[in-house]
Design a protein around this ligand. Structure first.
Ligand code: GDP
Length: 302
């Protein structure tokens, strides 16, 4: 229900806009589909995914000749849910039980809510009785380390850090090693969020990976890209850059409580074929949700 509460704030969100667009129409015609298309585009679903959704709806409309708008409402939900589930990670925490410690490398640009998401994740795992170690490998910004320390204290988990400006890979190495020594269940590594050029980003992230693999050969088990759900095209651009620089395995989309444009969740997941695993719906440590496509769509339709 936190999800509903969080998303409620976004009020006139895109899915309810789409629902409204078809209310009172007796048949599904060109005009209705055009309107849906406009709403999807305006909600940052992205043009590729929008075309895909409209085509799927068109195909079903032409198959079921006597479709009315109530049925379209159902179809709309189904198609969006299907699209989301095509990339869904149905085994959200499965690997954690087999990998100990399970290492998550968190990437994303500054300001998207990376630190907050790490804090929320730490809380989530801790509340499941898991032992968590954080690694402050964003050594470029003093504030990043400070913020992560504050979160570690708030949540009550250990953190590994070094001096500002030290080698991020060295911090990651220490954190993973410390995780092994402490018999931790989860190690979460923060990384620098500078938008440097692609080669630098690639080099830095691969070095971090290489070095932690000296401790655990198949680490990181997850590379989580954090994106701000309210930034539309910027989020697409960031997804493009990070997926080119490293193998991103999951997405966390933040700030969905404050935006009417949650369409980014659908578009990015579809375009980059990466599952959305978490969504952020507020600033508190409990404001993180395990993403579920059906719940997401249903909460928007309420
Ligand atoms: P970072 O620079 O990527 O590490 O970003 P921070 O974690 O410091 O977050 C930047 C700002 O966004 C802070 O004020 C956070 O409280 C806020 N924030 C993070 N996640 C969410 C969210 O899901 N919803 C809202 N409303 N604010 C968030």
């Amino acid at each position: 229900e936190t999800l509903d509460k969080g998303l409620e704030k976004s009020g006139n969100n895109f899915i309810s806009k789409m629902s409204k667009a078809i209310v009172g129409k007796s048949v599904v015609d060109e005009e209705v589909l055009d309107e849906l298309e406009d709403i999807l585009i305006a909600s940052d679903v992205g043009s590729e995914t929008t075309i895909k959704i409209i085509k799927r709806i068109e195909a079903r409309v032409s198959k079921d000749k006597y479709l009315n708008t109530t049925e379209l409402d159902v179809i709309l939900r189904e198609e969006i849910t299907n699209l989301l589930s095509e990339n869904a990670d149905n085994n959200n925490f499965g690997e954690i039980s087999t990998q100990k410690p399970y290492v998550i490398m968190v990437v994303g640009v500054n300001g998207v809510g990376k630190t907050t998401t790490i804090g929320k994740l730490a809380h989530h795992f801790k509340s499941e009785g898991k032992k968590v170690v954080l690694g402050a490998a964003d050594t470029f910004r003093a504030a990043a380390v400070d913020q992560l320390v504050i979160w570690s204290e708030r949540v009550g988990v250990n953190i590994v850090k070094q001096e500002m400006g030290s080698d991020p890979a060295s911090v990651a190495f220490d954190a993973v090693q410390s995780g092994v020594a402490q018999d931790a269940d989860v190690v979460i590594i923060d990384t620098a969020g500078r938008l440097h050029n692609k080669i630098n980003l690639m080099n830095e992230l691969s070095k971090i990976k290489r070095v932690m693999q000296k401790v655990i050969p198949n680490a990181p088990h997850e590379v989580l890209l954090v994106l701000d759900g309210s930034t539309g095209q910027n989020a697409f651009e960031q997804a493009k850059q990070f997926t080119a620089a490293t193998e991103v395995t999951s997405l966390a989309v933040t700030k969905l409580d404050g935006t009417a444009k949650g369409g980014v969740v659908i578009g990015i997941s579809d375009q980059f074929q990466i599952p959305v695993k978490y969504i952020g719906v507020g600033e508190k440590m409990t404001d993180l949700q395990l993403f579920n496509g059906k719940e997401f769509v249903d909460s928007f339709f309420k």
